[in-house]
Design a protein around this ligand. Structure first.
Ligand code: HEC
Length: 196
C-alpha cells in the first residue's frame, strides 16, 4: 500500500519536473535572437531551430498524454473466487500469471507513464477477461476444463507469460520444472472432472 502511494507521488513529481523542463526549453528557444529576428539567418540555424521545436513539441505531447485517465484498479479481493491449487502451483501462478490474470495485479512504475501505461492496462484488461484466477472458482466445470486446456497449450507453445512481460520480469519466465508442475496440475483437474 505504502509502496503504491510513494509510486504515485513519484509520478506526480515527475510530471512537475517535466513541466519545468519543457517551460525552460520554451523560454530558451523563444529567447534566441534568430527565432524572433526577421533578418537573415543561415539554413543551418533554421534547420536546428526546426529540430529544437520538434523536440519541444514531442515533449509537450508526452507531457499532455500523462493526463489521459488510465484504468489501473484492482477489483476487490474475494477469497471465495480464488483458484484452489497446491502451494507449488499457486506460487508459480502468482509469480508468472497473476499480474495479468488476477485481481491482484502489482502495477509497476512504468505502468504509470503513458503511453506504456495504455499498453499495460490493456493487457491486464484483456488478460482478466480471458482468464482470471481470482474468479476461477466461479467458473462452471466446463469452462474450467476449457481454460485448463488453453493454459496447457499456451505454456507448451511458450506464448504465456507474454514475452514482452518476461523481458522485464525475468523471474516470471517458466522453467521446465515449473511448466511440468503447471501442466500436471491442470491435467489433473480435468481427470477429476471426468471421474465425477
Ligand atoms: C503481461 C500480461 C500477461 C501475463 C503475465 C500472462 N498473460 Fe495470459 N494473456 C494475456 C493477454 C493480454 C491475453 C489475451 C490475449 C491473447 O490471447 O494474447 C492472455 C490470454 C491467455 C489465455 C487464453 C488464450 C486463448 O486461447 O485465447 C491463457 C490460457 C493464458 N493467457 C494463460 C496464461 C498463463 C498460464 C500465464 C502464466 C504462466 C499467463 N497467461 C501470463 C496477458 C498475460
Amino acid at each position: 500500500m505504502d509502496k503504491k502511494k510513494s509510486c504515485k507521488e513519484f509520478i506526480v513529481y515527475l510530471k512537475y519536473f517535466m513541466l519545468f523542463v519543457i517551460s525552460i526549453n520554451f523560454l530558451i528557444f523563444f529567447n534566441q535572437k534568430n527565432v524572433i529576428s526577421v533578418g537573415y539567418y543561415s539554413k543551418r540555424t533554421e534547420m536546428r531551430n526546426k529540430i529544437k521545436l520538434g523536440i519541444i513539441v514531442f515533449a509537450v505531447l508526452i507531457f499532455v498524454i500523462q493526463f489521459v485517465p488510465v484504468e489501473r484498479d484492482n477489483p476487490e479481493f474475494n477469497a471465495a473466487g480464488e483458484i484452489q491449487a497446491t502451494v507449488d502451483v499457486k506460487t508459480i501462478l502468482k509469480s508468472s500469471c497473476y499480474d495479468c490474470h488476477s485481481n491482484e495485479t502489482v502495477w509497476p512504475l512504468y505502468s504509470y507513464i503513458a503511453p506504456v501505461s495504455w499498453l499495460v492496462a490493456n493487457d491486464v484488461k484483456e488478460g482478466r477477461r480471458e482468464l482470471n484466477f481470482s474468479e476461477w472458482n466461479t467458473y462452471e466445470q466446463k469452462k474450467k476444463n476449457k481454460k485448463a486446456e488453453e493454459i496447457k497449450e499456451e505454456i507448451l507453445e511458450g506464448k504465456m507469460p507474454m514475452p514482452i512481460y518476461t523481458y522485464i520480469h525475468q523471474d516470471a519466465k517458466l522453467t521446465d520444472l515449473q511448466k511440468s508442475i503447471l501442466i500436471d496440475w491442470f491435467s489433473s483437474i480435468n481427470l477429476n472432472a471426468a471421474a465425477e
